[in-house]
Ligand binder design. Structure first.
Ligand SMILES: C[S@@+](CC[C@H](N)C(=O)[O-])C[C@H]1O[C@@H](n2cnc3c(N)ncnc32)[C@H](O)[C@@H]1O
Length: 100
């Protein structure tokens, strides 16, 4: 693995639950989680924003705790979590990040 990771910019489907000004692409958090954790591990993101880390954690069967001081970002996080609680969306997201 190189020290510069080329990834496409964040896609429109990743913002389906609202906009966070510095939301990260799901594919990047997916790679970080796969490289640094095992299944069922706990992951803490104390600056969670729209919880991209949490979405990548759930897609990879990790447990997640997110903290943010801004309630409106936690609302986006909650919507994103509900979105992938739907098995169809879960599989759709999983397949999209697999292709990157
Ligand atoms: C770079 S953003 C995180 C973006 C996130 N990775 C995503 O993909 O949406 C950092 C977040 O930290 C939050 N934040 C800043 N200072 C904080 C603090 N002292 N305690 C908790 N959250 C804080 C901000 O509200 C912001 O949403």
């Amino acid at each position: 693995m190189k020290d510069v990771w080329p990834f496409p910019a964040i896609a429109k489907w990743e913002k389906s639950c609202g906009k966070h000004p510095t939301q990260k692409p799901l594919s990047i958090l997916n790679r970080i989680i796969l490289a640094t954790t095992k299944e069922n591990d706990w992951i803490l993101d104390p600056f969670t924003g729209s919880s991209t880390t949490g979405i990548a954690a759930k897609l990879n069967n990790r447990k997640f705790l997110g903290i943010d001081l801004d309630e409106k970002f936690l609302e986006i996080s909650e919507k994103r979590k509900k979105e992938i609680d739907n098995p169809d969306t879960f599989n759709l997201h999983k397949n999209k990040i697999k292709l990157i």
